[in-house]
Design a protein around this ligand. Structure first.
Ligand code: OTU
Length: 634
């Protein structure tokens, strides 16, 4: 693949003095001084990581200068509010660590458009939310666009969702309410109608080098040999033939999402420059979509390559210069073993992402529910390292994607289950096909019945709320839902709620699914907001109020108990019952989670008296006084 070795020379304006130096000289003294100091701290890291990726040569020196230039320009363009916010956060780097609660939603399904989101701020505040991840709201591909993940313009708000002004107003209103807005930044690919792709198709070789092109079927076959497939049913293979290019373009996801070629340093420069400009719209966190896929290496699965981490560390260094108050979140849906480097715990250790999804914990909690046994959770926790200072795990029960089972394969293989039987069972359980299953989900990307890609469905549908016939069934379903939320809110530094789960919202209706026509099974758990259900949270004893108020209570506790700090130590209690997961945060908090449908009495330490957990119950206890622990929530 020739383009992967593309060695285009970066243009450079001045041989002697980088432009950014003269820009700093002309800038207000207070900013110039702070910026010089940040550059002084970051320049060597930036150079080191980029040399590791692109080699030691004059091109890299020029790239470093161009990147610093872009960072300086972005930083000088930052509003006074954001500039002050950066200063404050630099002085308090753990600003996001205590009591964080996240919420994620599609703009249109949650509130119609960006202005509608402004109307939801009071609701989010009442839930204790401090972090709002809105799924892609920038201009997406015309036609199918993977829920906005086929990005046609990095910086233009999707006209169907609002204007640039609406976005600015929203970020300001959220900031006032103490909620940080997180935006997706899709690093790995752009839409086939993004300007770069259009130029490439029109014959511009500069932009052809922005993509990964294979010229022959043999070349495609050589890559495919070791590449897994993300959407094997609806988008098989990793390459798509493009007539205009007379080549196969690398498309890891859908054929209309073209992977970017990070072996071309200009791609990195352009992408990062855009990201820094987007930060100036008031975005306080970026969800780095598909981070694991940025670097392609023949003969491997082209995931989590060392270069990915060098690039992310270079990105972090630039953000530290341009907008140090902004958080980076790795969306690397990878086995636990692959995750520590996203926190900078890799070969080249250093600052990388502040947050990373713990998808193994999420998937394992669903397996544990199906199995009524916590063993898989225990093995995942045993693999989970303590996060470095200033970092947090993002924990969650559901999100807009399927529950991906693949992340658990290495854990099962280590336990001797090489055929992943337990995942097959879990997948069938949540599709509602196993006998005695209460779940109403659906398998995803598994035309073959023994394949185990993922499972779709809203949390409440998967925990049995909508198959319940009796009051007891309903109680059990609510307890299961809260058990999973209880674990997510206990374990993570940033527990993330998926829109509607705080009310037990149902799957998308059949009628609506038909109207959407799309072939993507994930639509099953992308329903519209239901105002009636939301209002029912005020009705004492209603299902909605039981779920909502428990989540509210957990959110409050997270704000008051120091042990919930994002980088606190979370350890596994070894002496809990097999069906119970026991976790400890620092020295004083423990969480006990009963995954079985029976009552269990257990002692979590020699000196403690026994604790009773009813079916699917969880308890958080403060054990500062371990003879007489206090129950924080049950
Ligand atoms: C991410 O997903 C997004 O969350 C998905 O919604 C997008 O379809 C995808 O990127 C492409 O932009 O592997 O680490 O359901 O878990 O595609 C990136 C499968 C990903 C998703 C998977 C995921």
């Amino acid at each position: 693949m020739t383009t992967l070795e593309s060695t285009d020379l970066l243009s450079h304006s001045d041989e002697n003095l980088p432009v950014w130096r003269s820009q700093l000289n002309a800038a207000p003294q207070s900013r110039a001084h702070v910026l010089s100091e940040r550059i002084r701290k970051q320049e060597s890291v930036l150079t080191d990581r980029l040399v590791k990726v692109y080699g030691q040569n004059s091109r890299v020196q020029a790239l470093v200068q161009d990147l610093i230039q872009a960072a300086v320009q972005a930083s000088l363009a930052r509003s006074e509010d954001l500039w002050q916010l950066d200063l404050h956060r630099q002085a308090h780097p753990d600003w996001h660590q205590q009591g964080a609660v996240g919420y994620t939603a599609y703009v249109d399904q949650f509130a119609g458009n960006l202005q509608g989101i402004t109307q939801k701020i009071e609701y989010l505040k009442s839930l204790g939310v401090t972090y709002l991840h809105l799924l892609p709201f920038f201009k997406a591909a015309a036609g199918p666009n993977d829920g906005g993940f086929a990005v046609a313009h990095f910086e233009e708000v999707a006209p169907t969702l609002g204007t640039q002004e609406d976005l600015l107003q929203l970020t300001q209103a959220l900031r006032k309410a103490g909620i940080s807005l997180c935006s997706d930044f899709v690093l790995n690919h752009v839409a086939q109608d993004h300007d770069w792709a259009l130029k490439a198709k029109a014959g511009d070789t500069r932009y052809q080098n922005y993509f990964c092109l294979a010229k022959t079927p043999e070349e495609v076959a050589a890559w495919e040999k070791t590449l897994p497939q993300i959407f094997p049913d609806t988008a098989p293979g990793n390459f798509t033939f493009q007539r205009e290019l007379n080549a196969w373009v690398w498309t890891t996801f859908y054929p209309y999402q073209w992977d970017l070629n990070y072996a071309n340093p200009k791609v990195f420069l352009d992408v990062v420059s855009a990201m820094m400009r987007v930060a100036n719209m008031g975005i306080e966190a970026f969800r780095l979509d598909s981070t694991g896929f940025l670097w392609k290496r023949l003969g491997t699965n082209s995931q989590n390559q060392p270069e990915v981490h060098c690039l992310l560390q270079a990105l972090r260094a630039l953000m530290e210069i341009a907008c140090p108050g902004v958080l980076l979140k790795a969306e690397a849906i990878m086995p636990t073993q692959q995750l520590p480097p996203y926190f900078g715990l890799g070969e080249s250790s250093g600052l990388e992402c502040h947050l990373a999804y713990h998808s193994s914990l999420m998937a394992a909690s669903w397996v544990a529910l199906a199995e009524q046994d916590a063993s898989i959770l225990r093995s995942v926790m045993a693999q989970t390292p303590k996060v470095p200072e200033g970092c947090s795990w993002l924990s969650y029960v559901r999100c807009h994607d399927d529950i991906g089972w693949n992340v658990l394969k290495p854990d099962l293989e280590a336990l001797g289950d090489t055929k992943h039987e337990r995942l097959i069972e879990a997948s069938q359980f949540f599709a509602g096909v196993s006998p005695n299953s209460y779940a109403q989900g659906a398998a995803f990307q598994t035309t073959h019945t023994r394949a185990v890609h993922g499972t779709n469905g809203m949390a409440a549908a998967l925990t049995g709320l909508y198959s319940a016939h009796t009051t007891e069934d309903i109680d059990r379903a609510v307890d299961r839902l809260l058990l999973l939320q209880g674990l997510s809110f206990f374990m993570g530094g940033l527990p993330l709620l998926y829109m509607g789960d705080e009310l037990g919202l149902a799957n998308t209706t059949q009628e609506e699914l038909v109207a959407r026509k799309g072939p993507d099974g994930r639509e099953l758990h992308r329903p519209y907001w239901n105002e009636d259900k939301a209002n029912s949270r005020h009705v004492k004893g209603s299902i909605e109020s039981r779920i909502f108020s428990k989540i509210q209570q957990m959110a409050q506790l997270r704000k008051t108990q120091a042990a919930f700090k994002g980088d606190a130590d979370v350890t596994l209690l070894s002496n809990a019952h097999p069906q119970v997961l026991g976790l400890q945060r620092n020295h004083d908090l423990i969480g006990l989670f009963n995954f079985s449908n029976t009552t269990i009495d257990l002692k979590f330490s020699e000196s403690a008296s026994s604790v009773r957990l009813s079916a699917y119950q969880f308890k958080w206890l403060n054990i500062a006084n371990d003879v007489a622990p206090t129950v924080l929530i049950d």
